[in-house]
Write a protein that binds this ligand. Structure first.
Ligand code: T1G
Length: 698
């Protein structure tokens, strides 16, 4: 049963009990409706309390039911709320910890609401590309006022119960209850049991003295912040109806229509997919949830460069002491100064309080001696990307570190198994690949070596959550998940230049698709010499993997990007604006002539599909090889590490939305292009199979 029923004196207590967050799934809705009917039929019962077991009152509708018949099966959420509101005996919601979405809408259908302080109150549907679809846009303005309600609905962020209870004139909470919430709620229910008429939110009025002006202002504000997301604007429309609709039920009907329409938008499907993908990423198929974790109370970082400093900041931000080790004092001094500068910049922007800065810097210590870090629970190596250098570090760590310490490498391209083999404890070695800037980017690729212990993985995934990273487990291969895919994307970008596109046309097309930054602006930002070094290795390792020479020619011109004041684009001194470069276009045209290629007009559509489907095809191979355990993990890598547009849900979700049959058809067309790489465009077997069977990645 996912809602229990008991009578305490003259009060019936209905307790939601659908772990983990009392999602209002069909069984729960049915049980609550039955409980209300039963209480109304029992003459000994004078009032009803609705409570939530476990860690939430209710986290809202059960999102896992979306898209299934259960989501709308009667009693659906609207009908349940109507039943509660029509009860002949007062229903008191007893709210604690989390009361969100449909959970808050259910509480708003009750006659009274009491809450424990500290409860997170929200209508977060907009974050799923939806809007409150069970009366939230009509009732919340009636109890909190139009502006406060619209703010909460459009942003979707939680507000603490005591903050809302303190708002002048608010009618959301009838009482804040310190101590035992259930006892307090039952006492309150007894107090109001005989009161008539029963109060209901629908009878209140939502008013605004300057409604037209205010909603116009709200529309302008929302339009600016919600590019590509349709839901926020619809939230404004619905709240406006709370003020203007001829009746409460008319407003409710309007809201229902808007909600249902949003449910079927690709943006909402993408956001719901990302919601679950983020949570699924922390689950490793063969590592049980209850795998014992190692205690991580002290961290060491080897290397005080850009990456080492950024990595250290993540732990300092989480209140975990860090010791940074370097070989030379001036490298240490420079590294610490950079960390301090980064924090001071945040203080200047008002994002960090000075005392927090001081606290964090106080947790940071430095040393030139391995002996000082031997008691760290986790050590992360972030030294020069060279196997020889890593060997020296890991041999030293193996000598010095206490038994049970986790030895992690931040390598982005080297073989974690080879690194583990430098030690006598390969089970304690793991890759922790941070993305630059390490203290900003959410993505952390956790690279699992053949011998990495399951408890080490479980520990690192938990640490990732603590330092607010989205961790995705990758197997060992060149480039792991993200960089292995971006290599194919970069190859396509180079071929497009040879065939007739300009760097700005390629960047503009993919940025219009939604990427934060196109490949050429990205190269100029990260440094074109980084890719150059990798390609030089590739030419030796994989001679038959063709690349456009344009990127090498660019580097031979010394055009490494912003750091040299010129790259694919020209830059004015001290400015970041990318200016198309005649010199680069000339180099490309000359190179085309040498290749005997007559440039052609290439559509944005072809540019986008060659870039994105190159990611998809390589990702399918990554899935087949077990480097990634699920397609949604690959989506998380691209959403959190590579600027893939959130409203498209990641490359795999995007391919699913296009239909894998269509993806394969496009790849067949690309394979016919003599200047492209036909071998690469052979669909990965997994992709071909899913397309044949009309299936999806996710
Ligand atoms: N439905 C189903 N499962 C949910 C869920 C939900 N609403 N919310 C969380 N979970 C699962 C989650 O997948 C994870 O599962 C576990 O609970 C713990 O979540 C008509 C239609 C509630 C603040 O958008 O914001 O109501 O991975 O890791 O950090 O208007 O979850 O353990 O198997 O996030 O303590 C509106 C979304 C729904 C709230 C708890 N509600 N959830 O945070 O735990 S739409 C939301 C959250 C709606 C009506 C519409 C958070 C949380 P697993 P967690 P947490």
């Amino acid at each position: 049963m996912t809602a229990s029923y008991e009578v305490r004196g003259a009060v019936a207590v209905i307790t939601l009990n659908n772990p983990p967050v009392n999602g209002l799934g069909y069984a729960t809705r049915k049980a609550v409706a039955e409980g209300v009917a039963r209480a109304n039929d029992d003459a000994a019962v004078q009032a009803i309390v609705l409570a939530g077991a476990g860690k939430a009152f209710s986290g809202g509708a059960d999102i896992r039911e979306f898209g299934t018949p259960k989501a709308l099966a009667e009693p659906n959420l609207l009908s349940l709320i109507k039943t509660v509101e029509a009860s002949g005996k007062p229903v008191v919601a007893a709210i604690h910890t989390v009361c969100m979405g449909g959970g808050l809408e259910l509480a708003l259908g009750c006659h009274y609401r009491v809450a424990a302080p500290g409860a997170s109150i929200a209508l977060p549907e907009v974050k799923l590309g939806l809007l409150p679809g069970a009366g939230g846009t009509q009732r919340l303005p009636r109890v909190l006022g139009v502006e406060m309600a619209l703010n909460m609905i459009v942003k979707g962020d939680p507000v603490k119960s005591e903050v809302l209870a303190a708002l002048p004139g608010q009618k959301l909470f009838d009482r804040l209850i310190d101590g035992d919430l259930l006892e307090g709620a039952i006492a309150f229910a007894n107090e109001v049991a005989a009161r008539r008429p029963l109060p209901s939110v629908r009878q209140l009025k939502a008013v605004h003295p300057e409604a037209d002006a205010y909603f116009q202002f709200a529309r302008n504000t929302v339009k600016a912040m919600a590019k590509h997301f349709p839901a926020p604007a619809r939230c404004v429309d619905c709240v406006e109806q709370a003020v203007k609709a001829p009746s409460f039920d008319a407003g409710l009907a309007y809201e229902r229509g808007a909600f249902t329409a949003l449910m079927f938008t690709p943006e909402s499907r993408a956001l719901r997919h990302a919601f679950f993908a983020e949570r699924a990423a922390s689950k490793i198929p063969d590592v049980p949830e209850d795998t014992p974790q190692r205690k991580i109370e002290r961290v060491a970082v080897i290397g005080a460069g850009t990456m080492g400093g950024g990595i250290a900041m993540n732990f300092l931000n989480a209140g975990i002491p860090v010791t940074i080790l370097e070989t030379k004092q001036e490298a240490l001094d420079r590294g610490i100064a950079t960390v301090r500068k980064n924090y001071e910049a945040q203080v200047k922007k008002g994002k960090l309080q000075q005392d927090k800065l001081d606290q964090r810097m106080a947790l940071l210590s430095t040393t030139l001696s391995y002996d000082d870090i031997k008691n760290a629970d986790l050590v992360i190596e972030a030294v020069f990307e060279d196997l020889g250098v890593k060997e020296g570090v890991f041999k030293a760590l193996d000598e010095v570190m206490k038994p049970g310490a986790i030895l992690a490498s931040n390598t982005s391209t080297l073989d974690v198994d080879r690194i583990a083999a430098f030690t006598k404890r390969p089970q304690d070695v793991v890759g922790m690949h941070f993305f630059s800037p390490a203290n900003v980017m959410k993505l952390l690729e956790v690279v699992r070596g053949a011998k990495t212990g399951k408890d080490v993985l479980a520990t690192v995934m938990a640490v990732a959550k603590k330092i607010r990273k989205t961790a995705v487990v990758s197997g060992v291969c060149d480039g792991f998940i993200g960089n292995r895919m971006i290599e194919q994307y970069s190859r396509q970008a180079g071929f497009l230049l040879e065939e007739g596109a300009t760097p700005q046309q390629v960047d503009k097309a993919i940025e219009k698709f939604g990427f934060a930054m196109g490949p050429f602006r990205m190269g100029d930002l990260a440094g074109n010499d980084i890719g150059w070094a990798i390609r030089k290795r590739r030419y030796v390792e994989k001679p038959n993997m063709r690349y456009s020479k344009t990127a090498d020619l660019l580097c031979e011109m010394g055009r490494y990007g912003q750091k040299t004041g010129a790259g694919w684009y020209d830059y004015l001194p001290g400015k970041r604006d990318a200016i198309p470069s005649a010199a680069v276009v000339e180099m490309i045209e000359k190179h085309r002539a040498e290749l005997g290629i007559t440039p052609r007009k290439i559509s944005d559509d072809e540019i986008v599909h060659r870039l994105v489907y190159s990611l998809v095809n390589e990702a399918a191979k990554i899935l087949e090889e077990g480097i990634a355990s699920k397609a949604s993990d690959i989506d998380m890598v691209y959403l959190t590490g590579y600027g893939f547009p959130l409203w498209r849900g990641g490359p795999m979700n995007y391919a699913d939305e296009q239909g894998l049959y269509n993806v394969v058809q496009a790849m067949k067309r690309f394979a016919k292009n003599p200047h492209d790489d036909a071998a690469f465009w052979q669909p990965a077997p997994l992709l071909a199979k899913l397309a044949d069977e009309g299936k999806r990645f996710n």
